[in-house]
Design a binder for this molecule. Structure first.
Ligand code: PHE
Length: 360
């Protein structure tokens, strides 16, 4: 059976020399495929005499198995080679120190908003929102500031353009977050406990004033909420926010059209050596306006003042951010100077919460 030896030699050599998996598959088809050479010989067995067939069949089977084994061995070898090549080219030294990637920083104002939201959430306050372009009814009238009221002048309001021939009062850039009191009460009714952090606008610009700044409004309405509750909430807030064991607040009688009585609140601090310390010293720093919500404001928002009462406050977010993080100039907050942002910014993935430490 020289023919079989020749065939065997041909395929074993070809398999030994083939360099890739596609070429190997071609060889398999040529030898063992349905129309392959070995298969053709096998189908020739049928025409043989039984004795001859038995002998030839046995030899063909041996040949088939040998070629099959060679094909499989080569396939495994080629697979190993491919894997080794990948392992070599995708090799990575995991012992190299990591290179931290800069993903930007959190602006101090955003950080402080997260912090105060966490603190007030802990006291049961939800977050409410309102538009920055506001109708003058929400910004003024509903807050007991009628058109001729002098407080309208004090607010240094930005007015929006009106369409030609439109004689309705122009919309304004909200001058405070207090209109969100009205929107929240009108939407939700009483009882209610919300804070409303956001941007506000006034025509003003110097070291401590920018035309856009941030406030957080607080509102708590229930059947018998009093100034005492206001004082506790604010003290609790300041202690948590400034991360000091105790704070001292001073309530100064004041006037806002939308609260009665009204109080401005100062916090005790010291400025020794240019270093601000909260909760000690003999200086006072004003941080917010507050009071008991005026009955007319409740009525304007559809809440019955004979049944419900409560407090409201409005606090400057930029101001308390400057105090807490020792930032001297308010204008730098909004100049987008990357060096400033990197210096005063916060790690992007750190979410303030009371248990974990607010600014840790
Ligand atoms: N809206 C007032 C301001 O911008 C602050 C304030 C809010 C005062 C709520 C009393 C109650 O100055």
């Amino acid at each position: 059976m020289d023919a079989l030896d020749t065939l065997k030699a041909k395929y074993l050599t070809a398999v030994a020399n083939v360099g890739d998996e596609a070429g190997l598959e071609d060889l398999r088809v040529a030898a063992l495929g349905k129309k392959g050479e070995i298969s053709a010989l096998m189908s020739g067995l049928g025409k043989m005499e039984p004795d001859q067939r038995r002998a030839a069949g046995a030899m063909l089977n041996v040949l088939k198995d040998e070629i099959d084994a060679a094909l499989r061995a080569k396939k495994a070898a080629l697979g190993d080679a491919t894997l080794n090549e990948r392992l070599r080219s995708e090799w990575l030294d995991v012992t190299l120190p990591g290179r931290p990637r800069r993903v930007g920083t959190i602006h101090p104002v955003s950080q402080v908003m997260e912090e105060l939201t966490a603190i007030f959430a802990d006291m049961g306050f939800a977050v409410a929102e309102g538009p920055q372009v506001e109708s003058d009814w929400y910004n003024f009238d509903a807050l007991n500031i009628p058109p001729e009221h002098p407080a309208r002048q004090e607010h240094d309001t930005f007015f929006m353009n009106r369409a030609e021939g439109d004689n309705r009062p122009p919309h304004v850039l909200r001058t405070h977050t207090s209109p969100v009191q009205i929107r929240a009460m009108a939407a939700q009714g009483a009882p209610i406990r919300v804070i409303a952090p956001g941007r506000v606008y006034r025509m003003d610009m110097d070291q401590t004033h920018t035309p856009m700044f941030h406030q957080v409004e607080g509102l708590a309405i229930d059947r018998n909420i009093s100034m005492a509750n206001l004082k506790w909430v604010l003290e609790e807030f300041c202690r948590a926010f400034f991360e000091v064991p105790s704070v001292e607040l001073r309530f100064r009688a004041s006037h806002f059209p939308f609260t009665e009585p009204s109080a401005e609140v100062d916090i005790r601090c010291s400025w020794e050596g240019g270093q601000l310390k909260i909760g000690q010293g003999d200086k006072w720093m004003e941080i917010l306006g507050s009071g008991m919500v005026h009955p007319k404001v409740l009525s304007a928002a559809g809440v019955n003042p004979d049944e419900w009462q409560g407090f409201a406050f409005g606090m400057g977010i930029d101001r308390i951010a400057m105090l807490k993080y020792g930032i001297p100039d308010l204008r730098a907050f909004f100049e987008s100077d990357l060096r400033w942002l990197r210096h005063y910014g916060f790690a992007a993935l750190n979410m303030p919460d009371l248990a974990g430490g607010l600014s840790a």
